[in-house]
Design a protein around this ligand. Structure first.
Ligand code: ITT
Length: 199
C-alpha cells in the first residue's frame, strides 16, 4: 500500500516504520522541500496533524499519515504541548528543549512532576478526504531532574515510565514503539483502517 508519512522528524519516522513494515506498509517519506510545514501552527494536536496530512496528500497525490505529538506537563499547565518541538525557540535541538524544561521545573519537587506524551495520528485517503481517521494516544509518566539513557528522541531521556522502571530513552526501541503514545495511537488507527477496508 502506498502512503506518504507527513513528517520530517527522524525519531517519529523510525518508530512508525518499525510498526508499519511488518504489515507490508512501507511509507514514502515526504521530501523536506516537497511539503512545507504550515507557517502558523494551530493550537491543537488534531488541527496540526490535519494540516500536515492534507499538505502532504496535496503535494504527493498519495494517501497521507501525519503525527502531531508533544509532552504535556501538569505543573506547567500542559506546556510545552503543541510547542514541544520548539520549546527553547525556533530550531531548538532536543537537548535545548530538555534544558528549558528542566529549568522551568527546578522548583517543582518529585511528587509534582507528572506528565503525559500525546500523539494524534491523522490518516487521509486524499487531500480533500471529508472523513479523516483520527486517533489519539496518551502515555503517562513523570519528568526526572536529569537525563538518563541514550535511545529514542525528544524528551525521552527525562521521561520516567513507572510501569517499566526506566526512562523512555532506556527502553528497547521495539518496546517503546509499541507501548508509547505513538504505538497506542497507531494501534487504534490500524484497527479502524482495517474496518474501513472491510478487512
Ligand atoms: P514533524 O512535524 O515533521 O512530524 P516535529 O518534531 O516538528 O516533526 P511535532 O510538532 O509533532 O513534530 O513535535 C513533536 C515534539 O514532541 C518532538 O519534536 C519531541 O520534542 C516531542 N515528542 C513527540 N513524541 C515524542 C517521543 O516519542 N519521545 C520524545 N519526545 C517526543
Amino acid at each position: 500500500r502506498r502512503l506518504v508519512l507527513a513528517s520530517n522528524n527522524k525519531g517519529k519516522l523510525a518508530e512508525l516504520d518499525r510498526l508499519l513494515s511488518p504489515l507490508g506498509i512501507h511509507p514514502t517519506p515526504q521530501g523536506e522541500h516537497d511539503v512545507p510545514e504550515a507557517d502558523e501552527p494551530a493550537v491543537t494536536f488534531v488541527e496540526n496533524a490535519l494540516l500536515k496530512a492534507r499538505n502532504a496528500a496535496r503535494h504527493t497525490g498519495l494517501p497521507a499519515l501525519a503525527d502531531d505529538s508533544g509532552l504535556s506537563v501538569d505543573a506547567l499547565g500542559g506546556a510545552p504541548g503543541v510547542r514541544s518541538a520548539r520549546y527553547a525557540g525556533p530550531g531548538a535541538s532536543d537537548r535545548d528543549n530538555i534544558d528549558q524544561l528542566l529549568a522551568r521545573l527546578t522548583d517543582v519537587d518529585d511528587g509534582h512532576r507528572s506528565a503525559q506524551f500525546h500523539c494524534v495520528l491523522v490518516y487521509l485517503r486524499h487531500a480533500d478526504d471529508p472523513t479523516p481517521l483520527i486517533c489519539h494516544g496518551i502515555w503517562r509518566g513523570h519528568i526526572l531532574q536529569e537525563v538518563r539513557g541514550e535511545g529514542g528522541f525528544g524528551y525521552d531521556p527525562v521521561f520516567w515510565v513507572p510501569d517499566a522502571g526506566c526512562t523512555a530513552a532506556e527502553l528497547e526501541a521495539e518496546t517503546k514503539a509499541r507501548i508509547s503514545h505513538r504505538g497506542q495511537a497507531l494501534e487504534g488507527l490500524l484497527d479502524r483502517l482495517a474496518h474501513q477496508l472491510g478487512g
